[in-house]
Design a protein around this ligand. Structure first.
Ligand code: ZN
Ligand code: ZN
Length: 410
């Protein structure tokens, strides 16, 4: 077996054993770009070898997506087949796990009318609303991993040839996902323990607010009572562990919907649906982003915040030390799966019900009453740097250091 083949199989095994934690007899759905077909086949073989009850693959093609977004009549932009929606929900009902290979070209939709992009994004999100909600509350196990594409690799390594860039990106992916370790699955178990120590500390402290200070940032975020910090492996509603993102370096919880005030400035570019938004700031008042500016992609940022009411409120609050394996590579990946795990980040849009005590059994109204934001959208953006300080405010109003100069203060 060639070296590369061996690494690909190890990568597939991490996605199957740590990512979705595939069970004997369980079906698996692979969602992959056509460019990742070869790796999707490796996953399928390893999944059957691990006892999968069935394996399905759903391919997508973002280059086709661009052609459609630019050229289709408006009514075609909003059409999603009922049969497709039913099929995806049927996979969920049969208890399948979902493994997504996420390898977007950061510039896939550069220059396309943001209005047309937004129409399609919203229609797709609305069609897949029930499917997405089930994932957000851990009703099914799911995992997202990435493989290089030529376009993505060249964006990350613009001074390399295509071949070199792809090779460098594979190397960056394998090293940040612990695939070079002797036993990557075991390395992930050990890493999970480390993350658990941090979240146990925060779950004991139960801070009622976090205060962020950095250049261009002065923000306070209220955390709802009953919030939980989670990270590494999380539990699905059947009580089985799964790890939604590979890699993952974050511990995260949710913000109280109406409890966010102040300004936050991004520290990395954000690739949002094929358009790059850079150097942006958001100002929140009673939870809502009421003002925003961006160096590039301001119109796209505006559309992103206007998808629905909840898209302008914070869902997720995530802590990642500046001194961490992905951050130390000093690579801007232009892929949120990697960039968000190199940096403290926030997300506008839906919060994860798994971050609230009893959240996964609450109705939509109960979640809203508890301060949990809801939206069709969930977009992470990076705010961490070596200049970020965060204080936690205790129930009796004491301030305690949580982050100093971008790293854990405890
Ligand atoms: Zn996150
Ligand atoms: Zn997120």
């Amino acid at each position: 077996m060639s070296k590369t083949q061996e690494l690909l199989e190890k990568y597939a095994d991490v996605a199957l054993k740590i990512g979705v934690n595939l069970q004997e007899g369980q079906p698996l759905v692979i969602q992959a770009p056509v460019s990742a077909a070869e790796f999707a086949r490796v996953i399928a073989k390893r999944a059957f070898a691990a006892g999968a009850g069935n394996v399905f693959v759903e391919y997508g093609d973002e280059a086709f997506g661009r052609i459609k977004t630019e050229n289709a009549p408006k009514e075609a932009l909003t059409y999603v087949s009922e049969n497709y929606i039913k099929m995806m929900e049927e996979y969920q009902q049969m208890g399948a796990s979902f493994l997504q290979i996420y390898s977007p070209n950061p510039d896939a939709l550069a220059g396309v009318d943001p209005e047309r992009v937004a129409i399609r994004t919203k229609a797709n999100a609305a069609a897949m609303e029930n499917f997405k909600n089930e994932m957000m509350k851990g009703g099914v196990s799911w995992n997202i991993i990435s493989t290089p594409t030529q376009e993505w690799a060249q964006k990350v390594f613009p001074n390399s040839t295509v071949e070199e860039a792809v090779e460098k990106l594979w190397d960056a992916i394998f090293s940040t996902t612990r695939i070079y370790e002797e036993d990557p699955v075991e390395a992930w178990r050990v890493h999970g323990e480390t993350l658990h120590q941090k979240l146990e500390y925060l779950n004991t402290k139960k801070y009622k607010k976090l205060h962020y200070r950095a250049p261009g940032t002065d923000l306070s975020i209220e955390l709802p009572s009953g919030h939980k910090w989670v990270g590494g492996a999380v539990k699905n509603t059947k009580g089985l562990d799964y790890t939604p993102n590979i890699p993952t370096e974050e511990v995260f919880t949710l913000a109280k919907k109406d409890g966010v005030n102040g300004t936050v400035t991004s520290t990395m570019p954000l690739n949002y649906n094929g358009t790059t938004i850079e150097n942006f700031s958001l100002t929140f008042k009673d939870g809502k982003a009421v003002e925003f500016t961006a160096g590039t992609g301001e119109e796209t940022l505006k559309k992103m915040l206007e998808i629905d009411e909840g898209a302008a409120y914070l869902g997720e609050v995530a802590l990642v030390p500046h001194d961490s394996p992905i951050s130390n590579k000093n690579i801007i990946f232009y892929n949120t799966l990697f960039d968000e795990n190199a940096s403290c980040h926030l997300a506008v849009g839906a919060a994860y019900p798994i971050c609230l005590e009893e959240g996964t059994t609450m109705s939509k109204d109960e979640l809203a009453a508890a301060g949990v934001n809801y939206s069709l959208s969930h977009v992470d953006f990076m705010v961490g740097s070596n200049e970020l300080d965060i204080d936690g405010e205790t129930e009796d109003g004491q301030l305690e250091p949580v982050f100093r100069k971008g790293n854990w203060a405890f």
